[in-house]
Design a protein around this ligand. Sequence first.
Ligand SMILES: [Zn+2]
Length: 301
Amino acid sequence: MKRFRSKAFLSIFLAILLMTSSATIATSCTQKTEATTKVGVVVTILPQVEFVENIGGDKVDVTVMVPPGASPHTYEPTPSQMASLAEAELYAKVGSGVEFELTWMDKLIAQNKDMLVVDCSQGIGLQEMTAPDENEEEHGGTDPHIWMSPRNAQVMVQNIASGLIQIDPDNSAYYKQNRDAYLQELAQLDQDIRDGLSGVKNRVFMVYHPAFGYFVRDYDLTMLPIEAEGKEPTPAGLQHLIEQAKEHNVSVVFAEPQFNPQSAKVIADAIDGRVVFIDPLARDYVENLRILMGELVQAME
Ligand SMILES: [Zn+2]
């Protein structure tokens, strides 16, 4: 009797187990189907996540290679990031010579030969990297930070949209509509920054990492970089920067969260100014550039 009861209990237990596991299988199947109907897109930097999501909406699943807080000049992908590329249909590379892509792009593409690679920089004129003065004869190479100009961002968005339409032509009307709405938002951003900066007379600012070369080109500003060709300044370089800051009435020294702010602090202390952080890699691109404009207006007035 006891034996029978435990047997009965066992079969009920097994039945429940079976039901649960088939339910689990059913759920994971559904999830898988949903996941595969979305276009898997991989991007290098966080601002591109906003670009792709604004165009692709709920039809895309975006993965970023260089995570928050990391620098695309030095970041190396993890093995799980490499493996995740097997699921991707589109890689939207920045394309302007970002070190992460120069070092890793071939290996990333090798993970998935069927993935379409879109070059976001196509159609954007690259310019030279802004180097500290005195170095005018040495060139720092081309400036990869194309996304810091809302005008360039508009071209990047068009390139991403073309890639999505190529992969998923059934939804091309959806992508085009979203693209045009976001391009409008970027054009408005460009106009607002232009207006916001229009009253500023002393159009010079100092920043650790020269990520704003295209921004200063668009808005007729001058950027004094602290970092020289990817390196901390020498003591003599620091002294020169302090003199430069005084000469241009700089009171704010900008630093970026991806870099050590120590030399920015040294300069700020020497000029009796302060350090303010600005982020060239924030994910919320439009909002971030509005914040940047506000900081610049305050610093340069
Ligand atoms: Zn950079």
